[in-house]
Design a protein. Sequence first.
Length: 203
Amino acid sequence: MPQWNAARTVKCNPDPPQIPVRLRALYDGKIVYAPVPELLKPFPFVRLDPDKLEARGIQFELAATSQGFVEHGDPVEFEEMELLDFVVVGCVAVSRDGGRTGKGGGFADLELGIFRELGKLRPDTPITTTVHSSQVVAQDELVMMDHDSALHAIATERELIETNTSRPQPDGVAWDKVQPDQYRDIPFLEELRTRVLAKRKTA
């Protein structure tokens, strides 16, 4: 994708299927932001700078793994992140019109909502994924909610699907949809909600 080639910063999900994406980004000289798996650390994201990794002698193949990027990346808060040029999310199933579903934790849509609230995403920032072609399902098999983000592109082992989605993207976080277990399990979420809502009031 030309948007990938032009991107300086890439946000990628932490799951094993996207190790090749993170690795490719580092070899392409891009800054990679990856969330801490399950968001269980006091900080939400790490920043991987390929120049810094090379200077420290850290192999990209190690830094691209979830254990490796948590160990060798720089911890960052949402507000400290740069403008994101390209976004890759993990999906269990997708549809050609841009529909997606994850593992059920709601992390991807929560992250994207926070990025939008904080001005870290342009309206035209591509939201993409990589899946096996068997994970591409019929549109009516995926139920998309108002707070769900649609995909702009899907890469499989067979093709690159440009979804040309007409679905409007959410403006931010639907805080009324955040579940009690998410507040319980994500250490920084309550404090982040306070900061984001305060920013809304001053905007």
